[in-house]
Design a protein around this ligand. Structure first.
Ligand SMILES: O=C(O)CCC(=O)C(=O)O
Ligand SMILES: [Fe+2]
Length: 219
């Protein structure tokens, strides 16, 4: 999980200024603003993925082919304040099924936590930055070099919290598995191959539970 700063400020600003009226202290997001935001996130995501390919010493083309014209999903999460926050969970522990996920948060309220060295660790609220999660698909493609991050959201007794998560996936027609350029006679594949369509079908037929989704593909 990393935090990317200046691009997030620019994109968030465009999402809000191009949007319509306000309701309470919230701006209503128009379809046009969402469409533009989605396209811009796609560009940033592709750039980020290309840097990751470079860091992995993976063939650029392989990453490009997987994620060009990829699938994207945007989820808006609203966590109302809860007088007994210890009795509930905002979002159950999970790793994202995506390649990578770009999250922006709308309120100065903490809630997102990542599991770091086995301990739930809060991610400090920074309204001017993206939080970038590695998802299960990237763990598979990178042959386990990049690990998807387990995270959860706890709720706050007094403050509400809204987040916008953009999940960046490969194209639906792709097959996923460890990048061919990363599997060598010395480095064997640590995941099986599967069509991305079947991978998604399996993901959505399960409940969100830690990193349980990716386990079935480990060799
Ligand atoms: O609300 C957040 O900060 C994270 C949301 C999230 O993990 C998700 O939508 O998958
Ligand atoms: Fe998530």
């Amino acid at each position: 999980m990393a935090i990317v700063d200046s691009t997030a400020v620019a994109l968030k600003k465009s999402l809000h200024t191009k949007s319509g009226e306000t309701k309470g202290n919230k701006q209503l997001l128009t379809p046009d603003a969402m469409e533009e935001y989605s396209k811009e996130v796609e560009k940033v995501a592709l750039k980020t993925l290309m840097f990751i390919a470079k860091a992995l010493k993976m063939e650029d083309e392989e990453m490009k082919i997987l994620f060009s014209n990829g699938l994207q999903a945007i989820r808006m999460n609203y966590y109302p304040p809860c007088p007994q926050p210890e009795q509930v969970i905002g979002l159950a522990p999970h790793s994202d099924s995506s390649g990578i996920t770009f999250v922006i948060q709308e309120d100065q309220a903490e809630g997102l936590q990542i599991k770091k060295d086995g301990i739930w660790t809060p991610v400090l609220a920074n309204l001017n930055a993206f939080i970038v999660n590695i998802g299960d698909v990237l763990e598979i493609i990178s042959n386990g070099e990049y690990k998807s991050i387990e995270h959860r959201v706890v709720v706050n007794a007094e403050k509400e919290r809204t987040s916008i998560a953009t999940f960046v996936y490969p194209s639906l027609s792709m097959e996923i598995g460890p990048a061919l350029s990363l599997v060598t006679p010395q480095t064997s594949a640590t995941f099986t191959r599967i069509t991305f369509a079947d991978f998604l079908k399996n993901f959505y037929s399960r409940v969100l539970k830690s990193k349980s989704n990716i386990e079935q593909y480990r060799i």
